[in-house]
Write a protein that binds this ligand. Sequence first.
Ligand code: MF3
Ligand code: CO
Ligand code: CO
Length: 265
Amino acid sequence: MLQNLRKLQLTESQRDSMRRAGRFNAQLMDYLRPQIVAGISTGEIDRLVYDYTTKHKHQPATLGYLGYTKSCCTSVNDVICHGIPNDYVLKDGDIINVDITSIVDGWHADQSETYLVGSVSEEARAVTQCAFDAMHAAIAALQPGCTVSVIGDAVVAEAARYGFSVVKEYVGHGLGRRFHQYPNVPHFPDRKSRQDRILPGMCFTVEPMINVGTRLTKLDTRDNWTVTTRDGKLSAQFEHSVLMREDGPEILTQCDAGPRLGHRF
Ligand code: MF3
Ligand code: CO
Ligand code: CO
């Protein structure tokens, strides 16, 4: 197993390639953020992502991925993840996660933010804050050589502080030349993640999905993508791409204008 993990350790120049991919993706997020307001449709958000990415001669990683036909995922309110952009128009009080992934010179970046549209309920604000805090608590817990399960431990502890639940069916992942690669990065500790280790030079995502009510999910069988909460209550998510260095974690997708550790929504 350690051998499998060793193969994932990137050289300094490969790490720079991942930094460039992360930097581009973060700039795209900075470009989108001010445009996520009441009145825009999720399909229009997708168009902005596609146009910006292709104008810069890069590729949206989701476009054509396993049959997915859009350039981002837009997950509104009770949608946990993989919401497909369409003609839904954002309205005051919604929360929406926009998940964007770019391929830059063959290397992947993957990040998401949840946005509050206009004035939202206290519950919507709280679940968004919880997902953000959980992601940052997990990143802060990372040390070279740590087990993958330190991420799950941190996320579960943060969710418990709020009385919210952690989604189990969808997880973070290794990242690099491939979009989704070894290791799986669950947001709760399990047997495998207690064994897998994060070595210097590995890249992966941290992307906790937090639900107000039940952790249980429902896949929309009409499109086979959209995942909602089984009880119809709200869900929020944040995601960063992370590089483990010899001296600790580096966030590859930090935005200039976006929320940072300690932000209050
Ligand atoms: N961006 C998602 C992730 O964080 C994956 C989306 S795959 C898609 O892993 F096909 F649904 F777009
Ligand atoms: Co993503
Ligand atoms: Co991801």
